[in-house]
Design a protein around this ligand. Structure first.
Ligand SMILES: *[C@@H]1O[C@H](CO)[C@@H](O)[C@H](O)[C@H]1NC(C)=O
Ligand SMILES: *[C@@H]1O[C@H](CO)[C@@H](O)[C@H](O)[C@H]1NC(C)=O
Length: 163
């Protein structure tokens, strides 16, 4: 084998090892968005109803596959998901207790990280925009927006830690 042939053979062997060693089997109907900071983010593959979920539907959709709705906890997690998701999607966070104080339905605690844009923050006061959608269209205008929980979007899920 020449030098090139050997390096191709080695790369292929490494690829096979990595792919067969992956401990994560993505549930049918879902695709991997990416992994970062110890988290694994997935979302429904585009198909009938995949972009047509209320917030409640979205929570159920993740749970139906053993996932949970994604809590984006840092700028790095947010940026990766926003860039790669490509569709308007629900993420964890509702403000039903205190207007515009969003808390995680996964942890019951206030969100410590948010990515509302300065000019598009939740308007203070009680309203019916109690859930959070991430939007990112071709890498532009990436932001969180508080919207009505009955609107219909896709969802970002995460693999619960410890599975
Ligand atoms: C979206 O959801 C609504 C209400 O649940 C339903 O009537 C409609 O047929 C759905 N559309 C698609 C494309 O799944
Ligand atoms: C969440 O934040 C609000 C407003 O700052 C505060 O009143 C509330 O106690 C906090 N909740 C928790 C669980 O820390």
């Amino acid at each position: 084998m020449d030098k090139f042939g050997i390096s191709v053979a080695i790369s292929f062997a490494v690829f096979l090892t990595l792919s067969s060693a992956s401990p994560i089997q993505i549930h049918a109907g879902f695709e991997l968005i990416g992994t970062i900071e110890g988290k694994i983010f997935v979302m429904p593959i585009v198909g009938p109803g995949s972009n047509n979920l209320t917030f409640q539907d979205a929570v159920s959709k993740c749970q139906s596959a053993g996932y949970r709705i994604a809590t984006l906890e840092s700028q790095a997690q947010n940026d990766m998901v926003e860039e790669l998701a490509g569709r308007w999607s629900w993420i964890d966070g509702i403000d039903l207790l205190i207007p515009d104080v969003f808390f995680s339905i996964n942890t019951g605690k206030n969100l410590t990280y948010t990515n509302f844009l300065e000019w598009n923050r939740p308007v203070p006061g009680k309203d019916d925009r109690n859930c959070i959608r991430i939007s990112c269209t071709n890498g532009n205008y990436c932001e969180w927006l508080d919207v009505n929980c009955n609107d219909k979007y896709s969802v970002i899920c995460e693999v619960p830690v410890g599975i």
